[in-house]
Design a protein around this ligand. Structure first.
Ligand code: NDP
Length: 419
């Protein structure tokens, strides 16, 4: 073992090997179930009652969908490799290795979005024709996730004791055995999260409203609200892409089936569930409700962005004022400081609260006609509640007694004065 003990994981997250097995089955099934709900049942919940019902959940992959998938990953690969942008070093992993990251996501996002919008505007492309491949694309992305996870599992095991793994095959397949698999010096995890996951979400977030204009002649208020809110989130991500380098996904999580599926399937296909539902079920939304939801989204965005920025800026310059005051902090034996000011002084993960409020706004824009579009907030809130607890365990391991001192000073986990 060349890493330190703090990097040696136990099979104790998500309910251990049994939980990992259950999630490896349930997560892809949820994607297929939702696809079938939207494709065959008008966006309503449904119960499979026969074998043919069950089979109808699984779209058949097509050559066209495979070509679209490969082309999409290829275009982003070329833009990543050759697009202008600085190359930065990531945080050293516990084994001392450091991957490289080309920060040119904004460039790739702008180029691909302009190209897509122009192709749609000049009728070179029909959104409906691409979305007809939604099911096959979902299947292709899911199968790719499985194959990529097997390869990454093998790659991690092949590196022997360098990478973190527990020795339990099922758990390690799900959680991964390799932290930053690289092509050359570049981290593939970053590429697939930022460019394929977020980039795929961005492309669908353009195609879905475009399909509504093609089929229904105009954008509905609900579609406009969700598209504006998601556009803010996506643009924000690409403008501040470098911030991904300090996120748990990059610095803590191995690249296993959980992350492959999250990047390739959940981000593009499930994060757009509201737009898909609006296209299928055409819910109406009053102007007053639209304004209220835009305000809720703005409030959530403010908390999310200001909390994340406070931490980033504090890490770069610990003397930079937060809310007009010199930041308070706690010096740890590990060498770094824990911020005690701003959002980080009133809750340990207020940034998650902001994300939850935004998710709620997007779902509420779909009205209350079906629970299907609420899938996003229904899975996302427990995910963040669990993520906070997992990060708490990670920080306890990293900071020991210093983390306990921080928790004493900042007792609330996510919602100040409540939770
Ligand atoms: P954080 O950005 O909150 O990062 C947690 C890490 O920050 C800790 O491990 C620790 O690492 C450091 N840290 C914790 N407390 C302090 C402190 N007081 N002072 C300084 N550093 C501290 O977590 P995530 O990466 O999970 O989330 C980032 C954002 O991404 C959030 O806004 C979240 O809501 C969002 N998100 C969105 C998802 C989506 O699907 N849309 C999914 C997951 C997250 P260290 O000390 O080693 O730096």
């Amino acid at each position: 073992m060349t890493g330190t003990d703090e990097s040696q994981p136990k099979a104790d997250q998500f309910g251990g090997p049994i939980g990992a097995l259950a999630l490896s089955i349930v997560m892809p099934l949820a994607g297929f179930y939702l696809w079938a709900a939207l494709e065959h049942h008008g966006g309503s919940m449904w119960l499979p009652r026969s074998v043919s019902d069950v089979l109808s959940m699984f779209p058949v992959p097509t050559l066209k969908a495979s070509a679209l998938f490969v082309a999409f990953v290829g275009v982003h690969g070329v833009l990543y490799a050759f697009g202008p942008g600085k190359v930065v070093q990531g945080r050293p992993a516990p084994n001392g290795e450091q991957a490289e990251y080309r920060i040119n996501g904004l460039f790739a996002f702008v180029v691909t979005t302009i190209a897509l919008v122009a192709a749609l505007f000049f009728d070179l492309l029909s959104a409906k024709t691409i979305l007809d491949q939604w099911g096959p694309l979902l299947m292709v992305a899911t199968l790719f996730s499985v194959v990529a996870s097997v390869i990454c599992y093998g790659a991690g095991r092949g590196r022997g004791s360098l990478e973190r793994s527990t020795g339990n095959v099922i758990y390690d397949f799900f959680m991964g055995t390799i932290l930053n698999p690289r092509l050359g010096r570049h981290d593939l995890k970053f590429f697939f999260e930022s460019r394929v996951g977020m980039g795929g979400w961005a492309a669908f977030a353009v195609l879905l409203p475009a399909a509504q204009i093609e089929t229904q002649g105009s954008l509905s208020t609900a579609m406009l609200v969700v598209t504006l809110c998601q556009a803010l989130y996506i643009v924000d991500f690409f403008v501040l892409e470098a911030n991904l380098l300090s996120m748990i996904d990059i610095i803590e999580e191995n690249l296993g089936f959980m992350l492959w599926l999250a990047f390739l399937v959940w981000m593009p296909f499930n994060f757009t569930i509201q737009q898909q539902y609006i296209l299928a079920a055409e819910p109406s939304l009053s102007t007053l409700a639209a304004v209220g939801l835009l305000l809720l989204n703005a409030g959530g965005y403010y908390i999310f962005r200001s909390a994340n920025l406070q931490k980033q800026q504090f890490r770069r310059d610990p003397s930079r004022p937060i809310w007009g005051q010199v930041p308070q902090s706690l010096q740890t034996k590990r060498g770094t400081k824990l911020l005690l000011s701003g959002w980080w002084g009133i809750a340990r993960h207020a940034n998650y609260l902001g994300d939850m409020l935004m998710a709620l706004a997007w779902c509420l824009a779909c009205g209350v006609g079906s629970i299907v579009p609420f899938f996003y907030v229904i899975y996302f809130v427990p995910l963040l509640l669990d993520r906070e607890r997992r990060d708490n365990t990670i920080c306890q391991r990293k900071y020991g007694a210093d983390w306990d001192r921080y928790c004493e000073k900042v007792p609330y986990r996510i919602i100040p004065y409540v939770y």
